[in-house]
Design a binder for this molecule. Structure first.
Ligand code: MOS
Length: 749
């Protein structure tokens, strides 16, 4: 059946979400919602111990339970041919060649899948899963970050790669921090935090033929999932199809193919039926990664007038025992401020836990909590305004790479944000502001996020009826990709957004990167732009072949597109309708596929998104309850493609930052190496009542050097720095500096 065109009700510069209606009416199909007559259900059984071996699995009773088709484990798994030969657990695999599900009897973490039950109904599978008896030989485990951080090491992959950005870094003489006129040193801690998308991860695996696999999977990259599954099951890429058009939030949890997806594919093979597997909320804590527990030590030296003289920044992150996950934790410190003497160091601590993964603003959100808290501490020590300290140390060029910025309007962000927020009303002293019996505090922080752009393809099709279809195997995990791409195509082709359909989320579409690293607009948006320009050129050539058209085959530069028509430049006549061009040539459609990739500017300029956040908190003087009462955020992310969805991204990022600052903490009982936070009752995220009105501002100036559309990434920078701005506001309100998140009431009273 032909996919319907989405409705785009507001054809102005701020489109409503093109898929908003299908999402809110329930017409959008999410991974677990595809229907198959012979579908069966899978439920994972996970390890009860954190380290050791499975000594036996008794599945007799479970196997005889009603509706049960299989109990699959390492004992009877059909196997994953791409896993290759066994590795010692001590030999940590590079990222991506991770944990092998149902491979052998070794246990690396509590919550590890050890078996899967497949039955005709979900209830039968769940019941039978409770009947499976797994016996273990337990070994002592190590899960406590605080108790073990001295054992952190420079990751093997970094040791072997001398050009790794995670190598120890030094510029100037960082020892200058010891002799600085003003000096401070502090340790900042982020607990483990878990992505909590409302939609849990889910998969339906279908073997269409013994060598043909289709997977409906919640992930952030259909092409990378296709590649990973093809590799794992030793199939040609074109024999693996991955579909993931609608995603109920992900925040990084869907960047990889995780063991549960492979388990579903194995189960489908074993029972020769489509298998559905949906993670429980509890399983979400051990199946799809998390923001790692991280400790950071920062020392800052400055002159009495607030000029930074030296910064040293050391970060330790946790990872699993079988895989190294590295984050950008210390990297922003090298680039954000003009400081002559800087050193950074990064270490990993291998624990008996599952591997962490990227979570919105990965590394930077963590590192900037420390750096931007430390800057605030410095401002207090100097008795100066925190914004003044930032302005004084503004980096006019990239101090790390000695390159000019491609564009940077951070000073403009500071000015716009401070004006709108009313920063000038801030009293310098902590505890100097009160309102209705509450302590009031103002805090701010800078924000930055690196620019990522990957080669991307897009196909643009004009049909005889004047409608346009644009396609790319990109994703939408929530930001409104389809809407932004529709906007870009409409601008280039001069066609109403209502006549444009953008297709995404299917590995059969033209090659595109997954949605991560805030790279979708820059990568795929550029491809859509280039493909539509190319289509326009082709149409102008077809127009030139029409007698009396007045068009010369000069290419797209010589034409203007508007209202579904092409106008040759200088021609004041009525133009030629796209529909007439196709009708004249008797063409059912005209299509082009183009690839867009970075140009030489990538090496000539340093590219970042920039921004800042201003936050007001109100703290109850007796209970220590913190309320974020106002937020003003301003970002310089180049051109804003679609204001409405951009604003929504910024708001979502700040909500994530409120959670990070005040609530989110995955607590582990180290006696068992197991999380005691397993649901929304124990793992707190912000609700409506925790989120104030927000003011979202953009500089909205195109960065001409990054790509043809002048737009940079927004998704991650939205959260980077928010936790520091809140912690700084809490200090301003209370005089208490909280360096270990989250800032819960017990830390303030
Ligand atoms: Mo983002 S953590 O790159 O989904």
């Amino acid at each position: 059946m032909e996919k319907p065109f989405f409705e785009s009700p507001t054809p102005d510069l701020s489109l409503d979400r093109v898929d908003g209606r299908v999402k809110v009416t329930g017409a959008a199909t999410y991974s677990a919602e595809y229907r198959f007559d012979n579908l069966v259900h899978a439920v994972l059984i996970t390890s009860e111990i954190a380290k050791g071996r499975i000594s036996s699995i008794d599945a007799k009773t479970a196997g005889a339970a009603p509706g049960v088709r299989a109990v699959l484990s390492h004992l009877n798994s059909p196997g994953v041919p791409g896993y290759g030969p066994a590795k010692q657990p001590a030999e940590r695999a590079p990222l991506g060649t991770a944990f092998r599900v149902f491979y052998d009897n070794l246990i690396y973490f509590s919550g590890q899948p050890v078996a899967v039950v497949v039955a005709d109904t979900l209830e039968q599978a769940r019941y039978a899963a409770a009947l499976v008896r797994v016996q273990y030989e337990q070994e002592p485990h190590r899960t406590d970050f605080e108790a073990n951080q001295a054992k952190a090491v420079l990751p093997l992959g970094v040791q072997r790669n001398k050009t790794s950005p995670f190598q120890d870094y030094q510029r100037g003489n960082p020892d200058a921090v010891q002799t600085a006129e003003v000096r401070l040193e502090a340790t900042y801690t982020i607990p483990t935090q878990h992505h909590q998308p409302l939609e849990p991860h889910a998969v339906i695996a279908v073997w269409e033929a013994p060598d043909k696999l289709t997977v409906y999977d919640k992930n952030q990259g259909v092409k990378s999932a296709q590649g990973n599954l093809a590799q794992a099951f030793q199939l040609p890429r074109e024999k693996v199809s991955v579909k993931s058009p609608f995603i109920g939030g992900a925040f990084g949890s869907g960047i990889r193919v995780w063991p549960h997806t492979v388990a579903a594919v194995l189960a489908a093979k074993h029972v020769n039926r489509p298998v559905k597997l949906v993670l429980s909320r509890e399983q979400m804590f051990t199946s799809v990664g998390y923001r790692p527990y991280t400790g950071q030590k920062i020392a800052i030296g400055a002159s009495k007038n607030g000029q930074l003289t030296a910064i040293t920044h050391e970060g330790i992150g946790q990872t699993s025992a079988y895989e190294d996950h590295l984050e950008r934790t210390i990297l922003a410190t090298r680039a954000l401020y003009a400081c002559p003497n800087v050193s950074t160091g990064y270490r990993l601590l291998n624990l008996d836990v599952n591997t962490p993964t990227w979570m919105r603003g990965p590394g930077d959100a963590t590192g900037m909590f420390a750096l931007e808290s430390a800057l605030d501490e410095l401002a207090f020590a100097l008795n100066r305004d925190p914004l003044e300290i930032r302005l004084k140390n503004h980096a006019d060029s990239d101090p790390e790479r000695n390159l000019p910025w491609s564009a940077k309007a951070l000073k403009e962000c500071y000015r716009l944000g401070a004006d709108q927020f009313g920063w000038k009303n801030r009293g310098l002293e902590p505890r100097s502001m009160q309102q209705n019996g509450m302590l009031v505090g103002y805090g701010m922080a800078s924000s930055l996020y690196g620019f990522h752009r990957h080669p991307s393809k897009a196909k643009a099709i004009l049909r005889a009826d004047g409608s346009v279809i644009v396609q790319s195997a990109t994703m939408d995990i929530g930001p409104g990709t389809g809407t932004a791409m529709t906007r870009i195509a409409a601008n280039v082709l001069g066609v109403s957004p209502k006549k444009i359909r953008f297709d995404w989320g299917d590995s059969a579409l033209p090659d595109a990167p997954g949605q991560n690293g805030s790279a979708t607009i820059t990568s795929v948006g550029s491809a859509v732009h280039v493909a539509c320009e190319s289509l326009k050129k082709k149409l102008s050539e077809l127009a030139a072949a029409m007698p009396g058209s007045g068009f010369t085959p000069a290419g797209a530069d010589g034409v203007t597109a508007k209202n579904g028509k092409l106008f040759s430049n200088g021609d004041l006549g009525g133009g030629i309708a796209y529909t007439d061009i196709l009708a004249f040539h008797r063409l059912p459609q005209v299509e082009v596929t183009e690839e867009a990739r970075s140009g030489p500017e990538r090496d000539q300029y340093s590219m970042y998104s920039f921004g800042c956040h201003f936050v007001e908190v109100q703290v109850h003087p007796l209970t220590g309850e913190v309320r974020v009462s106002r937020v003003t955020t301003c970002a310089d992310v180049g051109r804003i493609i679609n204001y409405k969805t951009a604003r929504s991204q910024s708001i979502g990022g700040i909500v994530g930052g409120i959670g990070m600052a005040l609530m989110e903490e995955s607590v582990m009982d180290h006696r068992y190496g197991r999380y005691v936070t397993q649901d929304f009752a124990t793992y707190h995220i912000p609700t409506q009542a925790d989120v104030p009105q927000m003011e979202v501002l953009y500089v909205d100036q195109p960065d001409e050097r990054v790509n043809p559309i002048g737009a940079k990434g927004l998704g991650e920078i939205a959260i980077v720095g928010v936790a520091a701005a809140i912690a700084n506001a809490v200090f301003h309100a209370t005089g208490k500096r909280i360096r270990k998140l989250p800032i819960t009431p017990d830390k303030l009273v």
